[in-house]
Design a protein around this ligand. Structure first.
Ligand SMILES: [Zn+2]
Length: 235
């Protein structure tokens, strides 16, 4: 689905991450189309994306580097399956880092940044109203990356980018509620605090928002999907 908001371009894409296999698989994970544990056969990926094995391998390497894919020698690649302990760690890391990026965003945001966040939030609402839950989940993740970008902390941005990607997998595995996404009201309140230049409030809101998501995770086992890889990657 094409749109003109620019959110498809995560900042500072590098190390093979502009690779079509990387982008396609990452997006399918964000949109809940590709469940954890799904086998990613090289030959099939070559065919689906119409690219060479070299490009498929580079894409799989970059996905492994982002911890979205697990590569087992002689067994090939599959979508990573974070354990409950991995999930706890990811959210504990987010609870450490993101209150800080929200605080810094409140100190540094320009009117253009606020405008972008508001438009982003409106897109999230639109996706929700259209019951496009995959897109709304993806947008809600990118909202967090955007705040990290506004904070101006490039190193933290890299961490947040990776943690948000891994969160999509964790939410796919461990969140069983229908509304599998950030509560968009929380995002609105965060934007208000950032727009008003209130670092303390932005920090507190971000912390409680992440704790809310974390505590809603449900660590029962999730079933495996038997769907065809092509259907999951190219809906
Ligand atoms: Zn959120």
């Amino acid at each position: 689905m094409k749109h003109d908001m620019g959110f498809d371009e995560a900042p500072d894409r590098h190390d093979g991450r502009a690779n079509p296999v990387f982008l396609g698989v990452e997006r399918a994970i964000h949109e809940h189309r590709l469940p954890p544990g799904t086998r990613l056969a090289e030959a099939e990926l070559c065919e689906i994306y119409g690219v060479s094995r070299t490009i498929v391998r580079a894409g799989l390497q970059a996905l492994t580097h982002s911890q979205l894919v697990t590569l087992v020698p002689n067994r090939g690649a599959s979508v990573a399956k974070p354990t409950p302990a991995d999930a706890q760690e990811v959210f504990e890391a987010r609870e450490l880092i993101e209150p800080r990026t929200a605080r810094e965003a409140a100190r540094h945001a320009t009117p253009a940044d606020i405008e972008l966040l508001r438009r982003h939030s409106a897109e999230e609402h639109k996706a929700l109203d259209a019951r496009d839950y995959g897109r709304s989940l993806r947008l809600s993740g990118l909202f967090h990356t955007e705040i990290a970008r506004i904070s101006g902390q490039k190193t933290l941005l890299g961490f947040v980018d990776q943690l948000v990607s891994r969160s999509a997998l964790i939410i796919a595995l461990y969140w069983h509620r229908e509304r599998a996404r950030c509560d968009s009201q929380c995002h609105e309140r965060l934007i208000d605090a950032i727009a008003a230049g209130k670092p303390d409030e932005a920090e507190t809101l971000m912390r409680s928002h992440l704790v809310d998501i974390h505590t809603a995770l449900d660590f029962r086992d999730a079933g495996d999907s038997q769907r065809d890889l092509r259907d999951m990657l190219l809906p």
